[in-house]
Write a protein that binds this ligand. Structure first.
Ligand code: SAM
Length: 280
């Protein structure tokens, strides 16, 4: 039984980090005039209404996207991401937040392909409806991890795989490593991006140690914390692990992360880091 609903968290600081990295990777892949596959294993509903009872119950987006989307001093590197949010909110009021599928839809070209999977019985129909008329896209109510075996390598031999599970079950921390290992064996040149929450730092240390033990090389870690690590309940930080990052991504994130941290966390607590955890 799946109980996680992303509608409670859409547009929070973790989404801002995740979708910044997502948009920079897509922008880099578009520099080559060759098609690629965007594979979103845990896609969610695609679009989130921000003044809904779910989003307002937590109010998380007020401390996330609402803090950055209209800032005049936002770094130019954030433009593709921020434009995808503005595209859904043409009137200037923040009503909808695009999930990763809609950000990809906004940024991808006619020649690229999208494949998205989602398991939840309420979120999947919303996702399917969003993409019904998009001939580039395929949605499936299916297990995301399974796609890392069945959809790789893509026909185009170029691809970006976003893996964004809810970590509802402790086994997700192992499942992501196993899934990436399988996917990487089939498609060693793909760009894989894994999102993670920091609830207990020990869980993340173990997950990273297991990922390093696979022998996969060229791994970048990007993390933004809003509070110091804690053993109390709740997420204090989130991060992205990127395998085969586009060559500019490390520097781009070093450039934008201080601005994101300062703007998302006016109190200045937490940290922002970019780390090469395994070199090429
Ligand atoms: N990637 C989305 C975005 O950035 O907008 C958010 C995804 S949300 C964090 C995780 C989603 O994974 C939830 O909607 C949940 O229903 C779905 N999910 C959970 N287990 C899954 C599985 N094994 N395969 C596919 N989807 C799954």
């Amino acid at each position: 039984m799946l109980s996680y609903r992303h509608s409670y968290h859409a547009g929070n600081h973790a989404d801002v980090l995740k979708h910044t990295v997502q948009s920079l990777i897509i922008t880099a892949l578009k520099e080559k005039d060759k098609p690629f596959l965007y594979l979103d294993t845990h896609a969610g509903a695609g679009r989130y209404l921000l003044n809904s009872p779910h989003a307002e119950r937590t109010g998380e987006y007020h401390e996330g996207i609402a803090r950055i989307w209209q800032q005049p001093d936002a770094p130019a590197l954030l433009t593709p991401y921020i434009n995808s949010v503005k595209d859904l909110n043409p009137g200037g009021n923040l009503r909808y937040y695009p999930g990763s599928p809609l950000i990809a839809r906004y940024l991808l070209r006619e020649m690229d392909k999208l494949h998205m999977t989602e398991l939840h019985s309420s979120d999947y129909p919303m996702l399917r409806n969003e993409f019904q008329k998009d001939s580039r896209a395929r949605t499936e109510r299916a297990d995301g991890y399974q796609q890392l075996k069945s959809k790789l390598p893509p026909l185009s031999r170029r691809g970006f795989i976003l893996i964004d599970p809810p970590y509802e079950m402790k086994s997700d921390y192992q499942a992501v490593v196993k899934g990436i290992h399988e996917g990487h064996k089939r498609f060693g040149t793909g760009v894989f991006a894994l999102w993670y929450p920091v609830v207990l730092r020990q869980q993340i240390k173990r997950m990273l140690a297991e990922l390093q033990a696979t022998g996969i090389r060229n791994i970048l870690q990007i993390e933004l914390a809003v509070r110091p690590d804690s053993d109390q309940r709740g997420m204090t930080a989130s991060g992205m692990i990127v395998i085969n990052p586009p060559w500019k991504l490390e520097q781009q994130m070093r450039d934008v992360l201080p601005w994101l941290h300062k703007t998302l966390v006016p109190a200045g607590t937490g940290h922002a880091v970019v780390n090469v955890i395994v070199p090429e």
